[in-house]
Design a protein around this ligand. Structure first.
Ligand SMILES: [Zn+2]
Length: 358
């Protein structure tokens, strides 16, 4: 990247746009990695004196793997997925630091001082049953946000289809991510059409227990477990900012109906697919009677939370091979990336210097 930057400068006498972007990426990467290393030593010292009792940390997961070997089968987009062993370490770490795990429903009751944590799973993968064994073992609850059409039709998640087939074709990961990001801007009928045209009807059939969604009857069985709560993740995994008000309403209400038929009760919480929402999405969410909406903004939530009809909660993405490092940052209220962004914003001098690269 440096050579590209230099070459461009020597030939044209100017810094090319692409090279400048690349250099900016390098500078950002260096800054974030510095914070990560520095925080690893500093966070535990600060956390010895820092009070954490007024905070709720919410974490989101997607799938879980039995082992790294299972991950290598490429039956599923590995995105943020962890092994079941790493999941157990995650629970263990927060319990050892006096965190109590809650469900959204528990936030209504008068809570004593925390600290509190919450585990959430998005999409409704059958492989989440691996987590259930751990939740039972540690006596910890979790919310599973399900996209109901995938459940009722045993339909593969579209991002996994792209990943599985493209990996098989030898496409590199950058190109796969570009294709997935392009599809995230579309409504679900167009995504379905795209899959159909590119991979055929059979692509909607899951390959194994690794990539398949829960079946309807498995959800009904699952909610008998007091550690499990089911939340709404729309009917079609709809990225709601792409939809009209009427369409958003439809996505939420159809999914609510399916969940209530399967579980016997209406969900109180929703996780917005891809974390995307806007004012219109929030209005419809409140109108549909939800009490808790989950984004993917990586920040802690502080008590008291106010008495709004709809409470919005931030969540940290959980993808870690080093729970001490990851946990330390979350408990401080940051991730290395958000802390870096904050420092850059606050340091106007540094910001001006870096402007030459953007
Ligand atoms: Zn999702």
């Amino acid at each position: 990247m440096f050579s590209e930057f230099l070459f461009c400068f020597l030939v044209t006498g100017k810094f090319c746009n692409n090279s400048m972007k690349n250099l900016r990426t390098i500078v950002d990467g260096f800054g974030i990695s510095f914070i990560e290393r520095f925080g690893y030593f500093l966070n535990p010292l600060v956390l010895k004196i820092k009070k954490e009792n007024k905070q709720l940390l919410v974490f989101y997961f997607h799938g879980l793997f039995e082992s790294y070997k299972q991950k290598d089968l490429n039956h599923i987009d590995p995105q943020t997925n962890m092994t079941v062993e790493q999941f157990a370490d995650f629970i263990d770490y927060f319990q050892n630091h006096n965190y109590t795990f809650l469900l959204p429903e528990d936030l209504k009751s008068d809570l004593e001082d925390g600290p509190y944590a919450m585990i959430t799973f998005d999409d409704g993968y059958f492989n989440n049953t691996l987590a259930v064994q751990m939740l039972n073992k540690y006596k910890v609850p979790a919310v599973i946000f399900i996209s109901t059409k995938n459940i009722t039709e045993n339909k593969s998640y579209w991002w996994d289809i792209i990943y599985k087939y493209r990996t098989k074709q030898g496409t590199n990961i950058e190109k796969i991510r570009d294709e997935q990001n392009f599809l995230k801007k579309l409504k679900y009928p167009l995504i379905d059409d795209y899959i159909l045209k590119n991979f055929g009807k059979k692509a909607f059939t899951p390959w194994s227990d690794i990539d398949r969604p829960f079946k309807s009857e498995e959800i009904t069985e699952l909610v008998k477990n007091p550690n499990i709560s089911i939340g709404n993740h729309t009917h079609n995994h709809a990225i709601l900012i792409n939809y009209s008000k009427e369409e958003i309403k439809e996505e939420l209400s159809v999914s609510n109906k399916v969940i209530s038929d399967l579980t016997g009760s209406m969900p109180v919480s929703i996780a917005f697919p891809n974390g995307n929402y806007n004012q219109q999405v929030l209005e419809v969410t409140e109108e549909e009677g939800f009490q808790y909406a989950f984004s993917i903004e990586p920040r802690r939530n502080l008590f008291p939370m106010g008495d709004n009809k709809l409470t919005c909660l931030n969540r940290y993405m959980t993808n870690t091979t080093n729970i001490n490092k990851f946990g330390g940052f979350c408990r401080m209220g940051y991730t290395p990336n958000t802390l870096y962004d904050k420092l850059i914003l606050n340091a106007s001098f540094l910001k001006k210097k870096l402007k030459i690269f953007s």
